[in-house]
Ligand binder design. Structure first.
Ligand code: ATP
Length: 355
């Protein structure tokens, strides 16, 4: 088990694509760490550069305190699980799991025993003689994990490990993966573009944009205090309302001409300053009567979220989305009022959080 430290790690692909731009990250020993960001932000490149499958064009990778930047993948003592699992279709589950041990020239008996033990730990005991084609997607994923585990690596690198599974299986596999990581206490870095998956699984998350780290924090930190408007709009199943506002002298902000609570950031701004007013749809209180400090508008869209509904109000502040409980009737075309929870209001200046 080992910590992973990246210092000013950069990757310039031929043709001038800057996939990683001076990335600094310190991943603790035993941590479950997510690399999150939209398509093309450099997540896979970062994972592959940690693994040694891509050569860094600048900076350093340290694993367990040792500089491995120049070492080939085989000498980094880490295991990577790929998105497509990369199992050998002609080999049995047992042989697939034992394959890396064969490469390491571990004797046959010991190999088979180790494969059986790892398979049992992942609930695959009944499948050892089958071929990957005779397994479900979730079982194939477990075989790929078992193969990575059999060598007792110092760290696991997982590239979109759940993306090949259907929605239900994904949830099951997510819980399974989290429990497994807790039991093994092994450092684990996983790539995902799914913010819900990162929030659910990770101890900490690095949010990437265009090869740069925009925020590192616990799921609670990136959800409740996104450091910039990029992270604010990327995290959360319903996007945060980001509205243009002007700071007033009374601790409030004028949004669409309406004075609303300024929140904890008010101490860091001055009267007349232009800000972006951030409040999540979950932190707006719903009402049908005019209220002091409430954003208002006409109900134009109502989306069913299952246990709640997402209501869009069109008013002077622009479109504002509010989560309203499932039992409240919200007719289209009526006027609604959305009161921000003051402690959850965030102010952004030039795209960065005012603290
Ligand atoms: P996705 O979620 O779509 O897999 P990602 O965040 O993993 O995306 P990367 O695959 O790391 O992104 O790619 C980062 C950038 O580097 C992209 O602009 C991509 O087009 C570019 N890129 C990736 N591989 C190469 C390559 N071999 N040669 C040139 N450019 C590349």
């Amino acid at each position: 088990m080992a910590a992973i430290e990246l210092t000013r790690l950069s990757k310039l692909y031929p043709g001038g694509v800057k996939a990683l731009d001076a990335v600094d990250l310190a991943i603790a020993d035993g941590e479950f760490f997510a690399l999150l960001g939209p398509s093309g932000c450099g997540k896979t490149t970062l994972l592959r550069t940690i693994a040694g499958l891509e050569e860094a064009t600048g900076g350093a990778v340290r694993i367990g305190g040792a500089d491995v930047t120049e070492l080939p993948p085989g000498r980094r003592d880490i295991a990577m699980v790929f998105q497509d699992y990369a199992l050998f279709p002609h080999m049995s589950v047992s042989d697939n799991i034992a394959y890396p041990l064969r490469i390491k020239k571990v004797p046959g008996g010991e190999r088979r025993a180790k494969a059986a033990e790892t398979a049992a730990a992942l609930g695959l005991d009944g499948f050892l003689a089958r071929r990957p084609g005779q397994l479900s997607g979730g079982q194939q994923q477990r075989v790929a994990l078992a193969r990575a585990m059999a060598c007792h690596p110092r760290a696991f690198l997982l590239d979109e490990p759940l993306s090949n599974l259907d929605a239900r299986m994904r949830l099951e596999a997510r819980t399974f993966l989290k429990r497994l990581q807790r039991e093994l206490k092994v450092t684990c870095v996983f790539v995902t573009h799914d913010q819900a998956e990162a929030l659910a699984l990770a101890d900490r998350i690095a949010v990437l944009e265009d090869g740069r780290v925009r925020q590192v924090g616990t799921p609670a930190e990136v959800f409740t205090r996104p450091a910039n408007t990029f992270v604010a709009s990327f995290i959360g199943s319903t996007p945060m309302n980001l509205l243009d506002g002007v700071v007033r002298g009374d601790g409030r902000v004028a949004v669409g001409g309406v004075p609303v609570p300024g929140g904890p950031g008010t101490g860091g701004v001055t009267e007349g300053e232009k800000v972006v007013y951030g409040v999540r749809p979950e932190y707006l209180g719903w009402g049908t009567k005019a209220a002091d400090g409430a954003l208002t508008g006409r109900v134009t869209v109502v989306e069913n979220l299952g246990s709640a509904q997402l209501v869009t109000l069109d008013g002077p502040a622009g479109p504002v989305q509010v989560v309203v409980d499932e039992d409240t009737e919200v007719p289209l075309g009526t006027t609604g009022f959305a009161t921000p929870r003051p402690d959850r209001v965030l102010l952004y200046r030039d795209g960065e959080l005012v603290s």
